[in-house]
Design a protein. Structure first.
Length: 133
């Protein structure tokens, strides 16, 4: 089972709201494709067929975020952080809708997330003794 967290700030919320207002139902896709696997792309839902090789790892203000399965497996156990960056006048040949706004949604930093199975978790009634030997 995949365990991938997704974090984002107000900059991403504002971009997603703007995209939904302009284009209606949208989705976010992260895959290997021809582009870097650190550049999620925003498409109209009707413009991208999500196949079985993609898994939904979260929702960004209600918008599904899909990652190509093999890439998602490499991100298992991580928290992915999304941010918005300006294009800074650079030409971007992406099909992603955010480029039309002069920005790109990017995968910022990743950090490891520790998941402890339920059977190994401690509750407040358990006492851990430390040995001095």
């Amino acid at each position: 089972m995949l365990d991938i967290g997704v974090e984002y700030g107000d900059d991403v919320k504002e971009l997603i709201k703007s995209m939904k207002d302009k284009y209606g139902d949208i989705i976010i896709i992260l895959g290997h494709g021809c582009c870097s696997p650190t550049e999620p792309e925003i498409y109209r839902s009707s413009d991208f067929i999500v196949g079985s090789d993609y898994v939904e790892v979260g929702r960004i203000d209600g918008v599904p975020f899909y990652i190509e399965r093999s890439l998602a497996e490499s991100y298992n156990g991580w928290v992915l952080t999304l941010k918005v960056e300006p294009l800074n006048g650079a030409i971007d040949d992406s099909f992603s809708l955010d480029v039309l706004e002069g920005v790109r949604l990017r995968l910022g930093f990743k950090k490891f997330k520790l998941s402890i199975p339920k059977e190994l978790r401690l509750d407040e009634n358990m006492i851990i003794e430390r040995s001095n030997s």
